[in-house]
Design a protein around this ligand. Sequence first.
Ligand SMILES: [Zn+2]
Length: 311
Amino acid sequence: MTVEFQSRSCPVCGSTDDSRVFAEKTLDDSTWKDLSFSSRKLPEYLVHRMVECPGCDVVYASPAPHEKVLEQAYRAAPFVSAEESAFAAETYRRLLRTLLASLNGRANALDVGASDGTFLQALLDEGFENVVGIEPAAASAEAAPESVRNRIRVEPFRRASLAGERFDLVTAFQTLEHVSDPVRVVRDAYELLEVGGAILVVVHNRRALLTRLVGRRSPILDVEHVQLFSPRSIRELLQRAGFEDIRVAGVTNRYPLRYWFKLAPLSAGLKSPLLARLEHSRIGSLPISLRPGNLVASGRRRAPSDPAVAT
Ligand SMILES: [Zn+2]
């Protein structure tokens, strides 16, 4: 199979200035074929050609695989770890709580990139009546517990397939890096929200100190990420979709030691034997809180302007 790569303009602001090369490409068609796509796997240090946008500060892959190639890769991606997914959901639930009081209602929530549905369960536990998950990877959805399994739709996120549905909350955790057109995703989310409804997203922060220190060895430089945000670019993304009351902040994550170790910028030769030892040890399970460089951003769907006020 030959992979179709295509040049892109900036996926946030549309700038066509691709002169600032952030990372040269280290993968080719043959290495691409062998990659397995999944969330939270071992970093592979293979990257697309990454460009830094002078307009909005996002870093993006160009050329990047065609959208249908990406969607195909995600459909077949294996599910990695229920334990890590549970820790991530706990972090996201904490972020959700800061937003709950200001929501108009808790009738309907949508989670884009729902994985094994752990966060859907958290939404139910927080009092949402109806929750829907969208997850392109069948294996992840199949790993969902019975209580939420039938709430996950195994498909790429498309507003058309949710026509007629409305949500008080749309969430997308570490999903916007993976899609060909992040503006379309947040615009679709905006259109699916009730007036006053909120979006809550988590993305990697390419401007985080830790990320900058480890440079090319950073686990966020990864073939799965076709864009990498910064505080400025994630804000711009939400603004372009029409959101108001936008807030952007850093995230503290809590994961087992072995997970942090998996992400550490060490060579595979050094890492694999140590990881194997941590895998089944008690110390490897120790939960550790770190601020590794994630951003949380939220925004609200504005009320339509009142014509009586406008005149
Ligand atoms: Zn841009």
